[in-house]
Design a protein around this ligand. Structure first.
Ligand code: ADP
Ligand code: ASP
Ligand code: MG
Length: 418
């Protein structure tokens, strides 16, 4: 039956009852003959609480100690699940990142996995033991605990699956990937399949059902990836299809998708902030002079709009950064202001990015026009636009986020049949 990595997110392990439920899902797969490695998140709310304590202890703190604190949530659930599995008669043990080891780079708080040594786990799996790995954490070159950024247990799971040459099932609180966040679009439709590329765009544009890095890894290492619900009964007949896939959404190669849509989903992100610089000299080298120092300060700039200002000699430049980087971006601009010579800059964090995603866009005209018209019909002003081959994103007033997502969902005919 092969090796299987099963990942359970925070709401799926929120308390002991939920952990017992997880154990039943694991038991089902073990009984079906799989070698199982489980990756768990911290209990719902636990990581937020730990992050809050760090901030309360000191607003500016050592990132290495932050990691030591926030990685602890996963340690608890890994141990508890191993205890419950053992109690059910299933041989199991917990593993922390450093014990395996999950080696990462040294960027504390947002580390990237460099390598996972799967040899010891493979031996244990061959002997019939279930491995329960604490997600979200690894060990850096400085031999200290690192964490992978919020939502990072998805990435732990996919990376482990790649190391074990396993397939990977991500169990969460929804039964798959939808055409939009089901929490805000009640008529969103579950997709049977979605391509790695579209899922990657969705995730990076805000659909937090999978961490972006996890999709990247799945795509590179061709890990068969599935998103499914831990809330469906572990014993229901619906759990496994004859082709070996579950009842959720399969994230797979594009050519495995039979039913193609021009647009497969709408994503949104409130993690945006806008900076506008007014009256910059309109001459070669100015953009480099502004964006160079931002890049040096490790600030990623997303959307950029430049237009000539009323006097005809100067330009106005607007760009977006992630909200957490806003303060730093403003500091950098203050430092370079006199050297570059612009009159003023303003900023706003009351903006959101709404995106339509679909591989069908490559061969269909009119997708952008439909988006702009649909937003205009609702009186929603577009402040910036970016596009790629398979997505169009617009920046709008944050207050209209939900209205925009619902309007676009309807405009592209993504709603579930009544
Ligand atoms: P977990 O704790 O299991 O990792 P997350 O909260 O990180 O779960 O991710 C699941 C959530 O992602 C869902 O509850 C849903 O609100 C949200 N979500 C956002 N966009 C989508 C989408 N397109 N399809 C499914 N879920 C989505
Ligand atoms: N517990 C971590 C978080 O809340 C990692 C995860 O759940 O994926 O971000
Ligand atoms: Mg998550």
């Amino acid at each position: 039956m092969g090796r299987l990595v099963m990942k359970f997110g925070g709401t799926s392990v929120a308390d002991l009852d939920r952990i017992r439920n997880v154990a039943r899902h694991v038991e089902r797969e073990v009984k079906a003959g799989h070698q199982v490695a489980v990756v768990v998140s911290a209990m719902a709310g636990a990581t937020d609480r730990l992050v809050g304590w760090c901030r309360e202890a000191a607003p500016v703190h050592d990132a290495r100690e932050y990691d030591a604190v926030v990685a602890s949530g996963e340690q608890v659930t890994a141990g508890l699940l191993a205890i419950v599995l053992q109690d059910t008669g299933i041989p199991a043990r917990s593993w922390q990142g450093w014990q395996i080891a999950v080696r990462t780079d040294g960027v504390h708080g947002a580390a990237r996995i460099v390598e996972i040594d799967g040899s010891e786990l493979k031996k244990r799996l061959d002997q019939g033991q279930v491995a329960v790995m604490a997600g979200f954490q690894g060990i850096g070159p400085d031999k200290r605990i690192t964490t992978l950024g919020r939502g990072g247990s998805d990435t732990s799971a996919v990376a482990l699956a790649a190391a074990l040459e396993a397939r990977c099932d991500i169990y969460t609180d929804v039964d798959g990937v939808y055409t939009a966040d089901p929490r805000i679009v009640t008529k969103a439709r579950k997709l049977d399949r979605i391509s790695y590329e579209e899922m990657l765009e969705q995730a990076s544009l805000g659909a937090k059902v999978l961490q972006t890095r996890s999709v990247e890894l799945a795509m590179v290492y061709k890990v068969p990836l599935q998103v499914r619900s831990s809330f469906e009964s572990p014993d229901s007949e619906n759990q496994n299809r004859p082709d070996g896939t579950g009842p959720g959404t399969l994230v797979c190669e594009e050519d495995k998708i039979v039913e193609q849509h021009v647009v497969s989903g709408i994503a949104y992100s409130r993690d945006e902030a806008k900076v506008s610089i007014r009256k910059v000299k309109d001459q070669p080298g100015i953009s480099a002079a502004i964006f160079g120092p931002l890049a040096e300060a490790d600030i990623s700039v997303d959307m950029i709009v430049q237009n000539v200002s009323a006097d005809g000699d100067t330009a106005n430049i607007t760009f977006t950064v992630s909200r957490k980087d806003l303060r730093k971006a403003l500091e950098v601009l203050s430092e370079v202001k006199d050297k570059i010579g612009f009159s003023e800059f303003t900023h706003s964090a009351d903006v959101a990015k709404v995106s339509v995603v679909g591989i069908g866009m490559r061969s269909h005209a009119g997708v952008a026009a439909k988006m702009f018209k649909s937003l205009a019909d609702r009186g929603i002003n577009i402040q910036a636009i970016t596009t790629s081959e398979i997505k169009i994103s617009v920046l709008i007033d944050e207050a209209y986020t939900e209205l925009a997502v619902r309007a676009l969902h309807q405009a592209y005919g993504l709603e579930a049949a009544a």
